[in-house]
Design a binder for this molecule. Sequence first.
Ligand code: GLU
Ligand code: MG
Length: 467
Amino acid sequence: MTTLADPVPGGRPGDLKRVSALTKDLDLRGVRGIVLAYVDTAGVGRVKTIPTARLESAVRWGVGMSPVFDTFLADDSIVTTDVLGSPDGDLRLYPDLDQLTVLAGQPGWAWAPVDRITQEGDRHPGCSRTVLRRIVADAAEQQGLTVKAAVEIEWAVGLDSAPEGEFVPAVSGPAYGAVRQVELSDCTADLLEALAAQGVDVDQVHPEYAAGQFEISVGALDPVAAADRSVLVRQTIRAVARRHGLRVSFAPAYLAEGVGNGGHLHLSCWRDGVNLHAGGEGRYGMTAEAESFAAGVLARLPALTAVTAPSPASYLRLKPSQWAGVFTAWGRETRETALRVVTGTTGRRDQDANLEVKPVDLAANPYLALGCVIAAGLDGIARSLPLPQEITGDPARFDADEAAALGVRRLPVSLPEAVEEFRADPVLRDALGPVLADAVTAVRLGEAAAVDGLDDARVAAAYRWKY
Ligand code: GLU
Ligand code: MG
């Protein structure tokens, strides 16, 4: 599996064997170009594209791209750290052939996520995909644990014909409404067809709570592939919608008021093929390790917010009583605690039980978000951290004393506040390494400065179409 192996100059041996047949097949299928995709520190998808005939060269030697994008902001301005953000240098982008997918929603195109290495063939410390792969590999080697993950995707459908920059919902039916399902019937059917053709197993798709909003959930995979999939599914939703004269927003708050778009993470830890979130002696069938994993994530949520909610617009979404989970608490099937223990239905628990992390949105780089959440959980397991008592109902009802007695904290209410928590967290810094951790800090502070003084409506507008 190349998804689990670092690229090497000259090409990964398995890739060299198959690239020529693959190129011929792509050509026969009418694929003219390949999108090489990664996500920058700010959470913006960046790409280079190559003609299909260049695939073998890309597999052997990569494709050049500057490391400066590691400190790009969502508005394409640039901040700097000690190491990153200078105009010097170049990296090589290596496509992952395991994940290469012919894009059903973009005829003539295929897509592949990339790892970025230096021209000397070393790991690039700013490559979030490489960092996630290392975190997952270390968990397997050092703790004998594998992790499965899935990213939920919510988006709002607007009219492409709306005035520049504005959001005009393309549908008007109610939340979970039959009316809205019919309004977007053709587009959603095309989306399901495209995702099926791309090998994405969709669990369900439905009209969501907010204006013009929909949600899709997909099957769990190893974390690197799950992050890739979240990028691919968004690319597909965007492309299919465009063919229907629609425009989609994955921004955390596409409108300043009301419920936003989440990107909830689902995670389960496995040992020797056994799901640690089911069949145990702990609460709701969790094993001691699954409880400690949840405790580890819970303990670091305020710092994690800088990674899982990375945009100034994220803090328009992260409000109480909007199902975004803004309190450091857990509960079974609770939609207002940051962590939701999902047991699944009886008969399926050994497969389905997992932990959902809610204060995550789709501005988050999914590789960074999964990497940091997994690192926090694994640290909880390593320290056998106890999971505090369950909270039921909406924690917003607690007064300050009650919340303090229960250990329930409101998550950061602004990006600078989240950055302060992140900076003080050695486990997350260690998980990312100093280069990427410094980039996270610099980019977040840059984003905050970029919207300084803007009212909520302008903040929402600034990020509406960026992710
Ligand atoms: N839209 C909500 C959010 O921002 C989530 C709704 C749900 O529970 O699916 O996280
Ligand atoms: Mg939802």
